[in-house]
Design a protein around this ligand. Structure first.
Ligand code: ADP
Length: 545
């Protein structure tokens, strides 16, 4: 017997319809590349998204065709999120920080038919102007650029966003699509090969947004004002452009200026209660706050961090000095991105603040809708004893089942799991801790050494600004760890003194064989340590002794 309940497809258009009907008072603020602030509301976003959907039709964009964006976290980008997916086309957000070769590769791989580019990012377009896909029919410029940044000469028509939507109707009949149809496309940064496209569906996006709102995830309420600092071109700003309107929260879209001064002033002036970003953003904000002792938050916001591990010292300082709590999340482009968060549960409800702060270094536990398994080299599940480690695989409603345009990929197992490439331990509470990326662990004499553990310990040294541990060849042990250190400005630390940090903290054979001081370390387009490039740079390095 079947249940007697209504069935409605889970569609992205339904999110904006809800917000525009039931959260008309929620405020939206957006800062453009010139620092100009625009204010809006969900009904206005809905009206402009409708105009834009008509504009897309005029450009000849049809269902399932890809529409690329090269844009910051701004209001027009939010309107694109809803107009493109809502009308049945596929929103393809492009990371402007990728190398031009990668931008050209993914525009061609996606076969985009239209490209919306922020005026401030025209130089990025210029660099790929001769490699645009033959499928491209129009380029639309968002916002006003610098006078010298004229659109490059292109073989397709170039028009402005305002020209495109001017005079169009503010009503649009959002189609009743199949909820499994593609809604958005986002490429992994491809630091270890060609970027791979992850193709989200309306259903996966709506379910992910509903999960993100939950109390142990982002705990979003209609009373919140949400500022996505994580870019809308990086895994859909962790889904916030969907989950915030779903919850009825206000939105602050900070544009490209994400320095501590700009962010702090937005937190204060706009009453931001919730924000999400990568560790470099929050670390820079903390350093600035510490240098400006009179600065505080009138209403301390809740922050989420993810993407790479954040040193516990930063979480602790934010909480103790500023009353700001930081939730640690783990995720990937392939998981929309939310996989886990580290929030308390029955077993650790009674822990002291101190105990839980130390625990918050871990990446957390999954929420309903995603699950993991961790298998050792022999394909057997590891013990949840906080010691054994293996590669984590995931499964769930918002986990990719394959990559766009690739028939087969090793990441997907025959029995329906996705290999994350993350090596983790699991503790008796089921909480995961990332030990390393599978490709970055150091394999010394048949045993594994976690580069992440060694980096985090190095960062405890007061003179160390940035640390990376990479494997270098060793005739006897195959690989040994080399520690690369960027000293803090004005500091000239001693290598032996840094290595003393490891005494009693890790097994003796884990201690790096050498320390090299460098001015900077290569970072990926998403701000992570670019290990592949470092390994290339230090190939052939001979260890002392
Ligand atoms: P990109 O390679 O484009 O940066 P992702 O954002 O998809 O792509 O990166 C996902 C990877 O980032 C994860 O597999 C994991 O290695 C790392 N990661 C994500 N969150 C965390 C975290 N909280 N702590 C440590 N590593 C993390």
């Amino acid at each position: 017997m079947q249940g007697l309940m209504q069935e409605h497809p889970l569609l992205i258009s339904s999110i904006l319809r809800h917000a525009a009907r039931h959260h008309q008072g929620a405020r939206i603020a957006s800062v453009d590349a010139n620092g100009r602030m625009t204010r809006s509301s969900y009904p206005e976003v809905a009206a402009r998204a409708a105009q834009l959907a008509h504009g897309l039709h005029r450009l000849g964009v049809r269902r399932t065709e890809r529409v690329a964006t090269l844009a910051w976290n701004t209001l027009p980008h939010l309107e694109l999120y809803y107009a493109v997916s809502g009308s049945g086309a596929v929103l393809h957000t492009v990371n402007p920080r990728l190398f031009p070769e990668q931008v050209a590769f993914i525009l061609n791989d996606a076969q985009d038919v239209a490209l919306f580019v922020d005026a401030s990012l025209l130089p990025v377009l210029e660099k790929v102007a001769d490699r645009l896909p033959a499928s491209l029919r129009a380029v639309v410029v968002l916002g006003e650029g610098h006078p010298e940044a004229a659109p490059p000469a292109l073989s397709v028509p170039v028009l402005s966003y305002d020209q495109l939507i001017a005079g169009e109707s503010t009503g649009y009949d959002w189609p009743l699509l199949d909820e499994r149809s593609a809604s958005a496309l986002c490429y992994t940064s491809g630091t270890t090969g060609e970027p791979k496209g992850v193709l989200y569906s309306h259903r996966s996006t709506v379910l992910h947004a509903m999960a993100a709102i939950q109390p142990d995830v982002f705990a979003l309420r209609a009373l919140d004002t949400v500022m996505p600092v994580v870019p809308m071109f990086h895994v859909n700003a962790w889904g916030l452009p969907y989950s915030a309107p779903m919850a009825g929260s206000g939105l602050v879209l900070p544009g490209p200026k994400l320095d501590p001064v700009s962010l702090h002033s937005l937190f204060e002036a706009e009453g931001v209660t919730f924000s999400a970003g990568v560790p470099t953003i929050w670390t820079a904000l903390l350093q600035w706050l510490e240098a400006e002792p009179h600065r505080r938050f009138a209403h301390p916001p809740r922050l989420v961090v993810g993407g790479t591990a954040l040193p516990v010292a930063v979480t602790e300082a934010f909480l103790k000095e500023y009353g700001v709590s930081i939730l640690h999340a783990w995720g990937m482009t392939e998981i929309s991105p939310l996989g886990s968060t580290n929030s308390r549960k029955a077993e650790n409800a009674h822990w002291s603040q101190e105990e839980f702060l130390h625990y918050s270094r871990k990446q957390g536990r999954p929420h309903f809708g995603v699950d993991y398994r961790v298998l050792d080299d022999a394909g057997q599940p590891i013990a949840h004893d906080d010691r054994a480690f293996g590669e984590m695989q995931v499964q769930g409603h918002w986990v990719a089942s394959g990559y766009f345009n690739r028939a087969h990929d090793h990441a997907f197992t025959p029995d329906g799991w996705m290999r994350t490439g993350d090596v983790v331990t699991v503790d008796p509470l089921g909480c995961i801790e990332i030990v390393d990326r599978a490709k970055d662990v150091i394999k010394s004499g048949g045993e594994w050494i976690s580069s992440i553990t060694l980096e985090n310990l190095a960062l405890r040294h007061p003179d160390v600004a940035l640390a990376a541990v990479i494997p270098v060849h060793h005739p006897k042990w195959d690989e040994r760890p080399l520690l690369l250190v960027v000293p803090k400005p004005g500091c000239t630390p001693d290598a032996q003194d840094i290595l003393r940090i490891y005494d009693g903290q890790v097994a003796k054979w884990w201690v790096p064989d050498a320390v090299e001081f460098v001015e900077s370390l290569p970072l990926t387009a998403t701000g992570k340590l670019w290990k592949a490039e470092m390994k290339k740079q230090w190939r052939g390095y001979s260890l002392p002794g």
